[in-house]
Write a protein that binds this ligand. Structure first.
Ligand code: PXP
Length: 248
Protein backbone atom coordinates (compact mmCIF):
# COMPACT_ATOMS: atom_id res chain seq x y z
CA UNK A 1 0.00 0.00 0.00
CA UNK A 2 1.09 3.61 -0.49
CA UNK A 3 1.69 5.50 2.72
CA UNK A 4 -0.61 8.32 3.76
CA UNK A 5 1.07 11.40 5.22
CA UNK A 6 2.27 10.70 8.72
CA UNK A 7 0.99 13.20 11.27
CA UNK A 8 2.92 14.27 14.35
CA UNK A 9 0.98 14.99 17.52
CA UNK A 10 3.12 16.74 20.12
CA UNK A 11 2.28 15.93 23.73
CA UNK A 12 2.93 18.95 25.95
CA UNK A 13 2.13 17.33 29.34
CA UNK A 14 5.68 17.56 30.61
CA UNK A 15 5.93 21.30 30.13
CA UNK A 16 3.18 21.35 32.75
CA UNK A 17 5.15 18.85 34.89
CA UNK A 18 8.02 21.34 35.08
CA UNK A 19 5.64 24.23 35.82
CA UNK A 20 3.91 22.30 38.57
CA UNK A 21 7.22 21.41 40.24
CA UNK A 22 7.29 24.99 41.50
CA UNK A 23 3.66 26.08 41.19
CA UNK A 24 2.99 29.35 39.37
CA UNK A 25 2.53 29.84 35.66
CA UNK A 26 5.90 29.11 34.07
CA UNK A 27 6.72 27.34 31.80
CA UNK A 28 3.31 27.58 30.17
CA UNK A 29 2.20 24.46 28.27
CA UNK A 30 -0.10 26.59 26.09
CA UNK A 31 2.85 28.66 24.94
CA UNK A 32 4.65 25.38 24.16
CA UNK A 33 1.61 24.18 22.20
CA UNK A 34 1.55 27.36 20.11
CA UNK A 35 5.27 27.01 19.42
CA UNK A 36 4.83 23.34 18.50
CA UNK A 37 2.05 24.34 16.14
CA UNK A 38 4.39 26.87 14.50
CA UNK A 39 7.15 24.27 14.28
CA UNK A 40 4.97 21.92 12.24
CA UNK A 41 3.09 19.77 14.74
CA UNK A 42 -0.09 18.46 13.12
CA UNK A 43 -1.83 18.29 16.46
CA UNK A 44 -1.36 18.83 20.17
CA UNK A 45 -1.93 16.09 22.71
CA UNK A 46 -2.65 16.69 26.39
CA UNK A 47 -3.64 14.25 29.13
CA UNK A 48 -5.86 15.61 31.89
CA UNK A 49 -5.21 13.10 34.66
CA UNK A 50 -7.54 12.52 37.57
CA UNK A 51 -4.82 13.80 39.94
CA UNK A 52 -3.99 16.82 37.68
CA UNK A 53 -0.29 16.07 38.10
CA UNK A 54 0.60 17.90 34.88
CA UNK A 55 -2.12 19.40 32.67
CA UNK A 56 -4.90 21.11 34.67
CA UNK A 57 -8.43 22.13 33.71
CA UNK A 58 -7.47 25.71 32.94
CA UNK A 59 -4.80 24.48 30.48
CA UNK A 60 -7.49 22.62 28.56
CA UNK A 61 -9.72 25.73 28.49
CA UNK A 62 -6.84 27.82 27.15
CA UNK A 63 -5.70 25.18 24.63
CA UNK A 64 -9.20 24.95 23.21
CA UNK A 65 -9.51 28.72 22.86
CA UNK A 66 -6.07 29.39 21.42
CA UNK A 67 -5.08 26.47 19.19
CA UNK A 68 -5.65 26.35 15.45
CA UNK A 69 -4.35 22.77 15.19
CA UNK A 70 -6.46 19.88 16.47
CA UNK A 71 -6.38 18.98 20.17
CA UNK A 72 -6.16 15.32 21.08
CA UNK A 73 -7.58 15.10 24.60
CA UNK A 74 -6.26 12.07 26.45
CA UNK A 75 -8.46 10.85 29.27
CA UNK A 76 -9.33 7.92 31.46
CA UNK A 77 -12.73 6.37 30.86
CA UNK A 78 -14.46 8.04 33.80
CA UNK A 79 -17.66 10.04 34.02
CA UNK A 80 -15.80 13.13 35.25
CA UNK A 81 -13.48 13.16 32.23
CA UNK A 82 -16.31 12.40 29.85
CA UNK A 83 -18.25 15.41 31.14
CA UNK A 84 -15.22 17.68 30.68
CA UNK A 85 -14.50 16.38 27.18
CA UNK A 86 -18.12 16.65 26.06
CA UNK A 87 -18.15 20.26 27.22
CA UNK A 88 -15.05 21.09 25.16
CA UNK A 89 -15.74 18.89 22.11
CA UNK A 90 -12.05 18.52 21.19
CA UNK A 91 -11.09 17.34 17.73
CA UNK A 92 -10.07 13.98 19.19
CA UNK A 93 -10.37 11.99 22.38
CA UNK A 94 -7.95 9.21 23.28
CA UNK A 95 -9.09 6.83 26.00
CA UNK A 96 -6.20 5.60 28.11
CA UNK A 97 -5.87 3.44 31.21
CA UNK A 98 -4.90 5.40 34.27
CA UNK A 99 -3.50 4.33 37.61
CA UNK A 100 -2.70 6.79 40.38
CA UNK A 101 0.53 5.06 41.38
CA UNK A 102 2.03 4.85 37.86
CA UNK A 103 4.61 7.34 36.65
CA UNK A 104 3.24 7.27 33.11
CA UNK A 105 0.61 5.37 31.13
CA UNK A 106 2.18 1.97 31.58
CA UNK A 107 0.02 -0.36 29.57
CA UNK A 108 -2.78 -0.35 27.05
CA UNK A 109 -6.49 -0.39 27.79
CA UNK A 110 -8.05 -3.74 28.55
CA UNK A 111 -10.74 -3.52 25.88
CA UNK A 112 -11.35 -7.24 25.38
CA UNK A 113 -13.43 -8.33 28.34
CA UNK A 114 -14.97 -4.98 29.20
CA UNK A 115 -16.61 -4.15 25.89
CA UNK A 116 -19.74 -2.64 27.39
CA UNK A 117 -17.95 -0.56 29.98
CA UNK A 118 -15.88 1.16 27.30
CA UNK A 119 -18.44 1.29 24.52
CA UNK A 120 -20.54 3.76 26.49
CA UNK A 121 -17.60 6.19 26.39
CA UNK A 122 -17.32 5.99 22.62
CA UNK A 123 -20.78 6.74 21.25
CA UNK A 124 -21.33 10.16 22.91
CA UNK A 125 -18.06 11.37 21.40
CA UNK A 126 -18.86 9.98 17.98
CA UNK A 127 -22.24 11.74 18.22
CA UNK A 128 -20.66 15.09 19.12
CA UNK A 129 -18.01 14.85 16.40
CA UNK A 130 -14.85 14.01 18.40
CA UNK A 131 -12.69 11.29 16.84
CA UNK A 132 -12.21 8.56 19.43
CA UNK A 133 -9.11 6.42 19.77
CA UNK A 134 -8.31 3.65 22.21
CA UNK A 135 -4.75 3.34 23.52
CA UNK A 136 -4.09 -0.41 23.41
CA UNK A 137 -1.27 -2.92 23.37
CA UNK A 138 -0.35 -4.38 19.97
CA UNK A 139 -2.38 -7.45 20.73
CA UNK A 140 -4.88 -9.16 18.43
CA UNK A 141 -7.59 -9.52 21.10
CA UNK A 142 -7.44 -5.83 21.92
CA UNK A 143 -7.45 -4.74 18.27
CA UNK A 144 -10.47 -6.95 17.55
CA UNK A 145 -12.28 -5.70 20.64
CA UNK A 146 -11.64 -2.08 19.65
CA UNK A 147 -13.19 -2.71 16.24
CA UNK A 148 -16.10 -4.60 17.79
CA UNK A 149 -17.10 -1.75 20.11
CA UNK A 150 -16.99 0.83 17.34
CA UNK A 151 -13.79 2.77 18.01
CA UNK A 152 -12.75 4.39 14.72
CA UNK A 153 -9.09 4.72 15.79
CA UNK A 154 -6.54 2.74 17.79
CA UNK A 155 -3.26 4.01 19.17
CA UNK A 156 -0.79 1.18 19.64
CA UNK A 157 1.36 1.44 22.78
CA UNK A 158 5.02 1.62 21.77
CA UNK A 159 6.37 1.59 25.35
CA UNK A 160 7.77 -1.95 25.36
CA UNK A 161 9.44 -1.37 21.97
CA UNK A 162 10.91 1.97 23.09
CA UNK A 163 12.16 0.54 26.42
CA UNK A 164 13.82 -2.41 24.68
CA UNK A 165 15.52 0.03 22.31
CA UNK A 166 16.73 2.27 25.14
CA UNK A 167 18.11 -0.72 27.06
CA UNK A 168 19.66 -2.26 23.95
CA UNK A 169 17.65 -5.47 24.22
CA UNK A 170 17.66 -5.92 20.45
CA UNK A 171 15.80 -9.23 20.14
CA UNK A 172 12.98 -7.87 22.26
CA UNK A 173 12.99 -4.61 20.32
CA UNK A 174 12.60 -6.56 17.08
CA UNK A 175 9.81 -8.74 18.43
CA UNK A 176 7.95 -5.69 19.80
CA UNK A 177 8.36 -3.96 16.45
CA UNK A 178 6.93 -7.03 14.69
CA UNK A 179 3.89 -6.97 16.98
CA UNK A 180 3.26 -3.29 16.19
CA UNK A 181 3.80 -3.86 12.46
CA UNK A 182 1.42 -6.85 12.38
CA UNK A 183 -1.27 -5.18 14.49
CA UNK A 184 -1.09 -1.97 12.44
CA UNK A 185 -1.79 -4.05 9.32
CA UNK A 186 -4.52 -6.02 11.07
CA UNK A 187 -6.19 -2.93 12.50
CA UNK A 188 -6.15 -1.31 9.08
CA UNK A 189 -7.70 -4.45 7.59
CA UNK A 190 -10.51 -4.20 10.17
CA UNK A 191 -11.15 -0.61 9.07
CA UNK A 192 -9.43 1.13 11.98
CA UNK A 193 -7.22 4.21 11.69
CA UNK A 194 -3.90 3.35 13.30
CA UNK A 195 -1.74 5.62 15.48
CA UNK A 196 1.30 4.77 17.60
CA UNK A 197 2.70 6.48 20.67
CA UNK A 198 4.74 6.35 23.85
CA UNK A 199 8.45 6.59 24.48
CA UNK A 200 9.52 7.36 20.90
CA UNK A 201 12.86 9.08 20.25
CA UNK A 202 14.87 10.14 17.20
CA UNK A 203 16.44 6.64 17.19
CA UNK A 204 13.34 4.56 17.70
CA UNK A 205 10.86 6.53 15.60
CA UNK A 206 12.13 5.43 12.17
CA UNK A 207 10.93 1.80 12.03
CA UNK A 208 7.52 2.88 13.36
CA UNK A 209 7.23 5.76 10.89
CA UNK A 210 7.98 3.32 8.09
CA UNK A 211 4.89 1.19 8.82
CA UNK A 212 2.56 2.28 6.00
CA UNK A 213 -0.72 1.80 7.90
CA UNK A 214 0.37 4.12 10.72
CA UNK A 215 -0.85 7.64 10.10
CA UNK A 216 -0.20 9.46 13.37
CA UNK A 217 2.48 9.41 16.04
CA UNK A 218 2.05 11.05 19.45
CA UNK A 219 5.33 12.03 21.04
CA UNK A 220 5.98 14.03 24.19
CA UNK A 221 8.51 13.28 26.89
CA UNK A 222 11.55 12.92 24.64
CA UNK A 223 10.73 16.11 22.70
CA UNK A 224 10.27 18.19 25.84
CA UNK A 225 13.58 16.87 27.18
CA UNK A 226 15.35 17.53 23.90
CA UNK A 227 13.92 21.07 23.87
CA UNK A 228 16.15 21.85 26.87
CA UNK A 229 19.17 21.39 24.64
CA UNK A 230 18.07 22.66 21.26
CA UNK A 231 14.80 24.52 21.78
CA UNK A 232 11.30 23.17 21.16
CA UNK A 233 11.00 24.26 17.52
CA UNK A 234 14.27 22.63 16.40
CA UNK A 235 13.54 19.52 18.52
CA UNK A 236 10.21 19.07 16.72
CA UNK A 237 11.72 19.86 13.31
CA UNK A 238 14.32 17.12 13.83
CA UNK A 239 11.60 14.61 14.78
CA UNK A 240 9.67 15.60 11.64
CA UNK A 241 12.84 15.05 9.60
CA UNK A 242 13.39 11.57 11.12
CA UNK A 243 9.77 10.63 10.44
CA UNK A 244 9.82 11.89 6.86
CA UNK A 245 13.15 10.18 6.10
CA UNK A 246 11.82 6.84 7.36
CA UNK A 247 8.55 7.24 5.50
CA UNK A 248 10.16 8.12 2.15
N1 PXP B 1 0.20 8.50 23.42
C1 PXP B 1 -0.46 8.24 24.57
C2 PXP B 1 -1.82 7.63 24.48
C3 PXP B 1 0.12 8.54 25.81
O1 PXP B 1 -0.55 8.26 26.96
C4 PXP B 1 1.38 9.16 25.85
C5 PXP B 1 2.03 9.51 27.15
O2 PXP B 1 1.21 10.15 27.98
C6 PXP B 1 2.01 9.45 24.63
C7 PXP B 1 1.41 9.09 23.44
C8 PXP B 1 3.33 10.15 24.58
O3 PXP B 1 4.32 9.37 25.19
P1 PXP B 1 5.73 10.01 25.47
O4 PXP B 1 5.52 11.18 26.35
O5 PXP B 1 6.47 8.90 26.13
O6 PXP B 1 6.31 10.39 24.13
Amino acid sequence: MTSAKLRLGVNIDHVATVRNARGGASPDPVRAALLAQQAGADGITAHLREDRRHIVDDDIDRLISSLATPLNFEMAATDEMQRIALRHKPHAVCLVPEKREERTTEGGLEVAGQDNALARYIKPFVDTGSRVSLFIAADKRQVEAAARIGAPVIELHAGAYADAWAEERWDERDSELSKITDMAAYGHELGLEVHVGHGLTYDSVGPIAAIPQVIELNIGHFLIGEAIFRGLGPAIAEMRRCMDAARA
